[in-house]
Design a protein around this ligand. Structure first.
Ligand code: ATP
Length: 281
């Protein structure tokens, strides 16, 4: 099967000369249509940079991103991005926020057709009773559902999710995990989920890929998750495959942390002496 999304030797830095920061290096990734891939890593390693590259919101410094075989040169409606911070317009209702995307994509449709599309996606995330509410009247989980509905309303082939659930409490988080899984199952979309939670990645995805710690962060090995669906949340941590995968992915991440620490201690320039006067004995 052809890859719907491909990253070939992608490198990305920010700044120039003494301010140059090497964030990602030689990132290679192939994603098949309909796959659910989770990318997991520590904070600040370059996960958002990676999703922005996939979404066409950032350009690679080297290498290329391809979507359905074509080079990605900017954002496009077939790649919907869902951000961690919801990014809703506070003065618009749920209907208005989802409508922004719908009006942009379905310019040729009549007002009533567009209204029906908005309602369909608001319903898909179970927010119909709150359709006229403004973001400040919604909980964090509800706001995130609005941003999911907004991304879905453009009917993208690929949903790129940048830690969409990390600001939510555990209970809301698990409800939304299941809602996203149901949307994935019923629509057949391809999903890339960035997360800082290994368990979440294994519960939801077909594959989980840890990302190393930068500078020059890159993707680690890809672990296939051979746990039948639907996965039973309550008994998952007793599942042998779950435990093995969890140990391997956490093992990779811990080893990364250990390497980072040992680099810090051998590099005296990044290990300044404390600014205190010696004690008089
Ligand atoms: N536009 C930018 N200019 C300069 N540096 C940037 C820019 N965007 C990101 N960075 C740097 O790149 C590194 C990776 O950032 P990124 O947001 O991709 O990490 P992350 O893994 O998503 O972090 P978190 O999990 O905390 O959201 C950070 O050191 C950040 O300061």
């Amino acid at each position: 099967m052809d890859n719907i999304l491909e990253l070939n030797n992608v490198t990305r830095h920010f700044g120039e000369k003494e301010n140059r920061a090497e964030i990602l290096k030689d990132v290679n990734l192939q994603i098949k249509k309909g796959e659910f891939v989770a990318i997991v890593g520590f904070s600040g390693t370059g996960k958002s940079t990676l999703i922005n590259l996939m979404g066409g919101l950032l350009e690679p410094s080297e290498g290329e991103v391809r979507s359905k075989g074509q080079p990605v040169t900017g954002p496009a409606p077939d790649r919907g991005v869902i951000f961690q911070n919801y990014s809703l317009l506070p003065w618009l209702s749920v209907e208005g926020n989802v409508g922004l995307a719908v009006n942009q994509i379905y310019k040729d449709k009549s007002k009533s057709e567009r209204k029906a599309i908005i309602e369909k996606y608001v319903d898909m995330v179970s927010l119909s009773p709150a359709i006229h509410k403004k973001p400040k009247e919604l909980s964090g989980g509800m706001r995130q559902r609005v941003s999911v509905a907004r991304a879905l309303s453009m009917d993208p082939d690929i949903l790129l999710m940048d830690e969409p659930l990390s600001a939510l409490d555990a209970l809301t988080r698990s409800v939304l995990q299941d809602q996203i899984l149901e949307i994935w199952r019923s629509t057949g979309k391809t999903i890339v989920l960035i997360t800082n939670d290994v368990d979440e990645g294994i519960y939801m995805a077909d594959r989980i890929i840890p990302i190393s710690i930068g500078p020059n962060a890159t993707l680690g090995p890809s672990f296939d998750i051979n746990i039948p669906r639907p996965r039973e949340r309550k008994t998952l941590n007793k599942n042998e495959e779950f435990r093995r995968l969890r140990a391997e992915v956490i093992g990779f991440l811990n080893e990364e942390k250990r390497k980072e620490k040992s680099n810090e201690t051998t590099d005296s320039s990044s290990y300044p002496l404390p600014d205190i006067a010696p004690a008089v004995i």
